[in-house]
Design a protein around this ligand. Structure first.
Ligand SMILES: C=CC1=C(C)c2cc3[nH]c(cc4nc(cc5[nH]c(cc1n2)c(C)c5CCC(=O)O)C(CCC(=O)O)=C4C)c(C)c3C=C
Ligand SMILES: [Fe+2]
Ligand SMILES: [Fe+2]
Length: 363
């Protein structure tokens, strides 16, 4: 392995802090070709599909990548905005918001957004932070609940970049914040906001992205963290247990995933006489395909077709100010002890005297 050369020491010995805000990623456009690229990268991640490569890759490059890109592209086309994929648009706004919130609290840190799959990649984000002089990097995944398939995989991408780096920044990783007070309060505020405008439904259904059931048995904390988030939110909203339903969505493949599944549950509740349901996806902090299309289009239709009368979708936290402040508090907590005040001193805006001497240069 050849190590990459380091960017020039423009910042002398000043320790600078960078924050890498990481989300899942999204295709570059809603076309079958772009989806093929995106899905090939996503679904060949061994943390996402835990089947031996020798068995999985032929299936992936055979059946999956023949049929799915066109189907998924058509779904993405229904949610695409003039600025691009909602997931990318919201992630960018969250990064801008986080940067401003940290600055308002007196921190001088660089914030960059990166995507685990597609662009801007984790490697590109880390290269940019290093070029900006970051010697300490906080990796902050936009996943409140830890799952090996998501949070774990972000860490893999950082490690892979690190394997080619000569001068490693000092890393810290945020693993999860599923029970963070600021996050729970922001979710509760989002629900109350919706209720003030649209009234309150008979049930609040909280739908989280699913993962294979096997991962729960093998020790992944994801399932339990989703349930804890749901309980804390329910307590914050002062709702009795029977008013809140927790479900899991987006099943992929034929294996058993975390249950109960979202859409069948909505059909059952409607058939049992539930007329109005409020639906929220607390594990997604940005609206995306899985919330806007799978929940607000497909699940809505299923509920209404089964006898339900009103389906209220409550938006994700997106760029809600309470959420951005919560994110800043999570970042602040994990940067404790780091000097986040380092100014770019013009006197140090060249290579250090020691390094110049070592290289035989004059300054
Ligand atoms: C919130 C956490 C997520 C977990 C956990 C997760 C696990 C997981 N996902 C798949 C397969 C797919 N997911 C897809 C989209 C997608 N997934 C998440 C989040 C989690 N996934 C998000 C935010 C999105 C939306 C991205 C967007 O661009 O809007 C897709 C792609 C879409 C499609 O073709 O259906 C797949 C495939 C697996 C297998 C898995 C756990 C093992
Ligand atoms: Fe997913
Ligand atoms: Fe989906």
């Amino acid at each position: 392995m050849t190590l990459r050369p380091e960017p020039p020491h423009r910042h002398g010995d000043v320790e600078r802090v960078g924050v890498l805000l990481v989300n899942l990623g999204t295709p570059s456009e809603p076309t079958p070709a772009a989806l093929r690229r995106y899905l090939a990268e996503f679904l060949s991640d061994p943390r996402v599909v835990e089947i031996p490569r020798i068995l999985w890759l032929p299936i992936l490059y055979g059946i999956v990548l023949s049929a799915r890109p066109a189907k998924s592209a058509a779904k993405y086309a229904t949610i695409w905005t003039p600025e691009g994929s909602p997931l990318a648009v919201w992630s960018d706004r969250q990064a801008v918001g986080l940067s401003q919130a940290l600055q308002a609290r007196g921190h001088r840190v660089q914030v960059r957004v990166a995507m685990r799959y597609g662009e801007p990649s984790v490697a590109r984000g880390l290269d940019a932070l290093r070029a900006e002089g970051a010697t300490r990097v906080l990796v902050l995944p936009l996943y409140p609940q830890y799952a090996s398939a998501t949070t774990g995989s972000v860490s893999d991408a950082v490690m892979k970049w690190s394997a080619g780096a000569r001068r490693l920044p000092e890393f810290r990783f945020v693993n999860e914040y599923h029970d963070d007070t600021g996050y729970i309060d922001a979710l509760a505020e989002r629900v109350r906001q919706h209720w003030r405008q649209h009234g309150q439904g008979e049930r609040l259904l909280l739908s989280f992205h699913g993962v294979p059931h096997r991962t729960l048995v093998l020790g992944d904390p994801y399932h339990c963290q989703c349930h804890k988030t749901a309980r804390l939110l329910r307590e914050r909203l002062e709702l009795p247990e029977e008013r809140v339903v927790v479900t899991f969505q987006s099943r992929f493949g034929n294996a058993k995933w975390l249950e109960p599944y979202t859409e069948p549950t909505l059909r059952r509740l409607a058939a049992e006489g539930l007329r109005r349901v409020d639906v929220m996806c607390p594990g997604f902090v940005s609206d995306c395909l899985e919330t806007l299309e799978e929940i607000n289009e497909e699940a809505r239709e299923a509920f209404l077709a089964s006898g339900g009368e009103r389906f209220e979708y409550i938006e994700c936290l997106n760029d809600q100010p309470a959420w951005i402040e919560a994110l800043a508090t999570v970042a602040e907590r994990h940067m404790a002890g780091w000097d986040t005040q380092a100014r770019l001193d013009p006197a140090q805006a060249s290579i250090t005297r020691e390094r110049a001497t070592a290289l035989g240069a004059t300054i």
